[in-house]
Design a protein around this ligand. Structure first.
Ligand code: G3I
Length: 393
């Protein structure tokens, strides 16, 4: 068979083919044109999620003004680049059950309907968290802490009502969020002060009973810190020893240009995998702003007063900072590709810089640039470079 050299790309492909006419020329054939057109269409429809498909979900946190379907720019990007969404706030216990026994599911229902209409899995965030819980949850009518039995029943009732409502429609739940301090001790939240560590097992068991097929997660920030990492791994092992289902641990990954040390970050991924769970990157963003702490936490209880020096880029980013931002994301995604057998999900904590919680935390009124789409919903150059990492394998 005489294949023209002009189609060297196809030569190996066709070398083994039988029955192709020897005189057939590929340089002008409709077949080649059609195939190239199809390939170019496929490449242009490629999204961020294809960098890790099929084993690792790639998702984004969306707010209620995005999941009500009114934001066409968001939906176009979500449909191409992601395969799962996390509601930023509307599935937390405060918004869902603001008054005991009175559930407000409208916005949470919108999230699930939006996801199903746009081919997305739903990550339920979050069932039990000391923050954004309704004020009544931990107190009695006199404003005193409730008994262990009352709190246990309130946790079970909340989780059973919420998880069973979305049974079979939510891929997995952040069952407990941020229960451990940076030094590895348990956070002295009302949850812990009243129930001790048991509140965690109560929550996981209630979620599993309400939807036996849903994945169940523990989620926390600053997971690169050795004592926090070790404490979370101990917690995972204790839950598994007691026969409690826990599928994965979320490393929130609220990072900055220089923190954390990515060797510690990778060590945490290996340690969690060794503890017998999948690893998830659940709230990824990279702040380019100076931090009042000097590192990056996400303890929403802490806030600092505004100072202009802490908000240096109100008119845009200098090239030098943009370059460091791009390199940081490439470093992270090379780590994710190296660890993709340990990973089950990567979720960005927001789509566009305009919506990021970091514009208001830890200092209100700042201009941060932590995500892959800018304030006009235009993809930053680093997105294409991340998608090309596939070719580095
Ligand atoms: O919905 C009310 C609105 O009715 C009211 O007028 C307004 C006035 O303050 O507040 C609105 O609630 C705000 C809520 O976001 C919804 O926009 C809360 O004040 C505000 O504190 C809350 O911030 C959220 C934060 O969690 C605190 O819970 C952020 O959007 C959200 O990005 C952030 O996400 C957390 C994760 O859930 C857990 N990991 C850390 C991460 C960052 O803190």
């Amino acid at each position: 068979m005489n294949v023209r050299k002009s189609s060297s790309f196809f030569a190996p492909l066709l070398r083994g083919r039988a029955g192709v006419s020897e005189a057939f020329s590929f340089s002008t054939s409709p077949f080649l044109i059609l195939l190239l057109f199809a390939l170019s269409l496929s490449a242009s429809a490629q999204g961020l999620r294809d960098v890790f498909a099929p084993d690792v979900l790639v998702g984004v946190a969306l707010n209620q003004w995005q999941t009500n379907g009114q934001d066409g720019r968001t939906t176009a990007i979500v449909r191409r680049h992601f395969n799962c969404i996390t509601p930023e706030n509307v599935m937390k216990s405060g918004p869902l059950q603001p008054v005991e026994g009175q559930f407000n599911f409208r916005q949470a229902d919108e999230v699930v309907e939006y996801a199903e209409a746009n081919g997305q899995q739903v990550i339920g965030h979050c069932l039990v968290w000391h923050s954004q819980a309704p004020s009544w949850f931990f107190k009695d009518d006199a404003g005193k802490p409730v008994s262990a039995e009352v709190l246990r029943e309130r946790i079970r009732r909340h989780i059973t009502t919420v998880v069973s409502r979305y049974r079979g429609r939510v891929h997995g739940w952040d069952v407990v969020n941020e229960a451990i301090e940076d030094d590895g001790s348990f956070r002295r939240s009302p949850l812990y002060n009243i129930l001790g560590e048991d509140f965690i097992e109560v929550a996981f068991r209630a979620a599993h009973e309400a939807d036996p097929d849903a994945e169940l997660y523990y989620n926390d920030y600053s997971m690169s810190l050795p004592r926090k990492r070790e404490a979370v791994c101990r917690l995972v092992r204790r839950l598994k020893e007691r026969g409690v289902r826990i599928d994965a641990v979320g490393m929130q990954s609220h990072l900055s240009l220089h923190h954390p040390d990515l060797r510690e970050y990778e060590t945490t991924m290996d340690s969690l995998a060794a503890a017998g769970v999948k690893v998830m990157v659940t709230e990824l963003d990279v702040s380019v702003l100076p931090s009042p702490w000097g590192f990056n936490g996400a303890d929403v209880a802490q806030n600092f007063d505004y100072q202009k020096a802490m908000n240096p880029y109100t008119e845009g980013l200098p090239d030098s900072i943009s370059a460091r931002f791009e390199q940081r994301y490439l470093d992270l995604f090379r780590i994710y590709r190296r660890h993709r057998n340990q990973l089950s999900r990567i979720t960005f904590w927001g789509l566009s810089d305009a919506q990021s919680w970091l514009n208001g935390f830890p200092i209100k009124g700042r201009t941060d640039y932590p995500l892959l789409w800018d304030r006009d919903y235009q993809a930053k150059p680093v997105l294409q470079r991340i998608m090309q990492l596939k070719d580095e394998d």
